[in-house]
Design a protein around this ligand. Structure first.
Ligand code: SF4
Ligand code: SF4
Length: 441
């Protein structure tokens, strides 16, 4: 990463040489002859001492004001500087504003972040901006809209009732994600057959909005000889709550999930890359994780898991004849948190597809969990950019490994009447499964 302005050092450096001095007169040094005879230096603290004392924010003091984080930030590209709050704008502005002007001034702007991690990736001094923005979100006030959504999501029984009641009407709102008429849990298998045990953690989004991804995982795992189970007490890993700044709510959801899956056997595979990252990495910050380390070590993201299966057992899929072209969308968490770049592409190639890169300026599709609920117009604009970039590939199929991105892009495609198939990578792999695979195992 380089400085956004190409500078070798920050422009926030002042050279102060002190009061005017001269030795022109009889070679004796005299102060204050041609100018000021005194220099007064007034240092404005503006919350910087508090930043220095706070281990979460200390690194932000190393900012060289190069602007690279703003240039890389998708919501900033969509709305420009004024929405981002006082004086300093862009990602670093979201971090500094609460210290310079008070946390309340940043309540609204700090929600303007999809947690895509592009700013940290580009920052020449590697400031953990997304985590710092999240910390402000955690400490700040939450909007009524956000509190209402979390109030439902953090009560699985209530969420179940609301989502089932809302499913028939969910497609009526243009640009909003659609709920599946039948969640995955209604058709999920109980373990107890033959083969090595494998547990599916569907994730709340796949369960309710993209059950096809869990069905495809089930199909692939069965074909590879696994005995697939789905403990029905599972719900959300806690990411939606934690991303909204409610670590306590995220921790409660995560603890319930640990309780539900603790006695499972074998790998626990999830088709949601961001939930895999949340469960295995982020959750360590939400609260004590007593007894969860065995479960965490058994968690697998579906992309690497499926790639290993198909690479080890090439006869799982039909030999490729005519390779269909597929545009691949990297989700921010897959790419920047989990380092999944070549894996989904290789998996699709092994399954007989030709992968086409999407030439877009902002990788993030604009979903960002509660971001798309708080800022639907900005989220819609980012999704439109994604659709425009997809159109340049000429592909009619788009794939990714994160349900949030898939349902968000699909909603935008419906709004713009784009006839695209937007599918989880696993669905495309399942389409290519050899019909006899699994029968002989
Ligand atoms: S994480 Fe992404 S959306 Fe958030 S401030 Fe950084 S670049 Fe912008
Ligand atoms: S936070 Fe990093 S990328 Fe942003 S202005 Fe400061 S040094 Fe540049």
């Amino acid at each position: 990463p380089r400085s956004g302005t190409g500078q070798r050092m920050t422009s926030y450096v002042n050279w102060i040489t002190g009061p005017s001095r001269s030795a022109d007169i009889e070679q004796s040094l005299t102060i204050g002859v041609h100018g000021p005879s005194e220099v007064h230096c007034v240092i404005l603290d503006n919350g910087r001492t508090r930043m220095l004392d706070d281990p979460n924010f200390r690194d932000a003091l190393t900012c060289i004001r190069c602007g690279a984080c703003s240039n890389a930030c998708p919501p900033f590209m969509a709305v420009g500087g004024h929405q981002f709050g006082h004086i300093y704008n862009g990602p670093i502005g979201l971090v500094l504003t609460p210290f310079h002007h008070g946390l309340h001034e940043a309540d609204l702007p700090n929600t303007l972040c999809t947690q895509c991690n592009a700013c940290q990736e580009i920052c020449p001094v590697d400031i953990p901006l997304p985590r710092q923005i999240l910390e402000h979100r955690r400490r700040g006030r939450k909007s009524l809209r956000k509190r209402s959504l979390l109030g439902v999501w953090e009560r699985p029984g209530l969420a179940n009732a609301v989502l089932r009641a809302g499913a028939p009407f969910s497609g009526l709102v243009p640009g909003a994600p659609k709920l599946a008429p039948r969640p995955y849990r209604d058709r999920a298998p109980l373990a107890g057959g033959k083969g090595e045990p494998l547990t599916i953690f569907a994730s709340c989004m796949v369960d309710r909005m993209l059950p096809e991804a869990a069905l495809a995982l089930e199909q692939l795992a069965r074909a590879a000889g696994f005995d697939v189970g789905f403990p029905k007490g599972q719900w959300c890993c806690g990411l939606i709550a934690a991303n909204a700044g409610d670590f306590e709510g995220g921790y409660k959801l995560n603890t319930s999930l640990v309780e539900c899956l603790r006695d499972s056997k074998g790998p626990v595979v999830t088709p949601s890359a961001s939930c895999f990252g949340a469960f295995t990495i982020d959750a360590l910050e939400w609260g004590p994780q007593d007894g969860a380390s065995d479960l965490r070590s058994r968690f697998r993201d579906s992309t690497r898991f499926a790639l290993e299966l198909v690479a080890d057992q090439p006869d799982l899929v039909r030999p490729a004849t005519d390779r269909q072209r597929v545009a691949y969308h990297d989700s921010c968490q897959s790419l920047r948190q989990l380092g999944l770049k070549s894996e989904p592409r290789r998996l699709l190639e092994l399954a007989g597809y030709e992968v086409i890169e999407i030439p877009d300026i902002a990788n993030c599709c604009g979903f960002g969990g509660t971001f798309s609920v708080e800022w639907p117009a900005v989220a819609g604009r980012l999704a439109d950019w994604k659709l425009d970039a997809i159109a340049k590939t000429g592909c009619s199929v788009v794939a990714s490994d994160n349900p949030g991105c898939l349902v968000h892009i699909a909603a935008a495609a419906r709004r713009r009447r784009r006839p695209l198939r937007i599918a989880h990578v696993l669905e495309l792999v399942a389409d290519r499964l050899e019909p006899t695979a699994g029968a002989a195992r």
